[in-house]
Design a protein around this ligand. Structure first.
Ligand code: SF4
Length: 361
């Protein structure tokens, strides 16, 4: 049995903020919670695995699983965060950063114990209940906003896991919870927290900013200024007040505003954008979200920039450019859209422009 202190010392050397250990047993408590949610029609949610066994039996993902090392890295950039991009958006994609740190960790453990062992690294895309594992390991507790909260760092933490066949002394879960507090439920901008611990993902603004295709008008309005993600349930949470600010160079905030995204050239995106965790969705969705934010904020100074988007070869962008112009300055947009309609070939864009024109006639 490997002493957990040895693992934690290595984590500290690598500037990992939290490191806890759990075993590879099934997540029984959470399995029952998922079954109950399924019966009530509240699960599965978008972007989630729907197989309860795969989610709640970590051993299905690693043959000979004995221990799971759960790490957490502080990403608190809330002192610099703007209204457009969530605070977790760092300059280097955190998936890559955490994977590199955990690879170093595995190598250091091997050198320290002078023994080879099997290990598999997971970051975010894991098909198991990552927060439940982290809770069992004592990294934090699952809060009413469905995020994991650590008493020292709040919910501003990235999680990663190392599955291994090494037997390591395990940690205990924390004895902490939200108490009587319901602030996040009252302040959720998307009304997505419909009950404690119950996040209806398709209402969540963070989800809407990642959703593909056409977003209905009511949801567009709900997105407000958000181009990527939403932090309202984190910003209001008392556990996040006065927490240490992230000092890691790679994880500094990707501080870009609406103009940056409106000016993105889809065929030639900047290198700095390609290294972030939002690039996977593609620049088309980011431009769409910027067009929605510009409309919601009535950004008249970007009218001409948006007008130029009517010539974009993406029908999705032309669709939102038309809508955005009409929201920013309806009277000015009307003539431009009528003229554009004569040459627009996409049926969805045509229908949207006709709908806008009809509001006037
Ligand atoms: Fe829990 Fe209150 Fe924080 Fe929501 S705001 S996660 S209820 S402590």
């Amino acid at each position: 049995m490997i002493k957990k202190a040895l693992i934690k010392n290595i984590a500290e050397e690598l500037e990992i903020d939290i490191c806890r250990i759990t075993d590879g047993s099934d997540l029984k408590k959470y399995r029952e919670i998922l079954k109950e949610r399924k019966r009530s029609g509240l699960w599965p949610q978008p972007f989630t695995e729907s197989n309860i066994d795969r989610l709640s039996k970590p051993s299905l993902h690693f043959k000979g699983l004995k221990s799971i090392i759960v790490i957490a890295i502080n990403y608190n950039n809330s002192d610099k965060t703007n209204k457009y991009l969530s605070t977790y958006l760092s300059q280097k994609d955190y998936h890559i950063y955490l994977r590199e740190v955990m690879e170093k960790m595995v190598a250091k453990i091997k050198a320290e114990i002078n023994q080879d062992f099997k290990a598999k690294i997971f970051v975010d895309a894991a098909p198991f209940l990552e927060k439940a594992l982290a809770e069992r390991a004592g990294v934090g507790f699952i809060a009413k906003n469905s995020l994991l909260i650590n008493p020292d760092f709040g919910s501003y933490i990235f999680l990663g896991e190392i599955f291994t066949d090494l037997e390591i002394e395990k940690d205990e879960a924390l004895d902490l919870d939200c108490g009587e507090c319901t602030l996040c439920l009252e302040h959720c901008e998307g009304d997505a927290l419909t009950a404690p611990y119950q996040l209806e993902a398709d209402k969540c603004i963070a989800y809407l900013t990642q959703k593909k295709g056409i977003i209905p008008p009511a949801e567009r309005k709900k997105m407000g200024a958000h181009i990527w993600g939403c932090d309202s349930c984190q910003l209001i949470c008392p556990y996040n007040k006065a927490k240490p600010i992230n000092t890691k160079e790679e994880l500094q905030y990707f501080d870009k505003d609406i103009e940056y995204f409106l000016k993105l050239r889809r065929k030639d995106p900047p290198e700095e954008l390609k290294t972030t965790a939002i690039y996977w969705r593609g620049s088309r969705i980011l431009i769409r979200n910027a067009l929605i934010a510009a409309a919601n904020l009535e950004k008249k100074e970007y009218f001409d920039l948006i007008k130029a988007k009517l010539a974009d070869n993406s029908s999705l962008i032309r669709y939102y450019a038309a809508w955005s112009l009409s929201e920013i300055d309806y009277d000015k947009a009307l003539g431009i859209l009528k003229k554009h309609l004569a040459k627009e070939t996409n049926e969805k864009v045509r229908a949207e422009i006709k709908r806008i024109i009809l509001k006037h006639d």
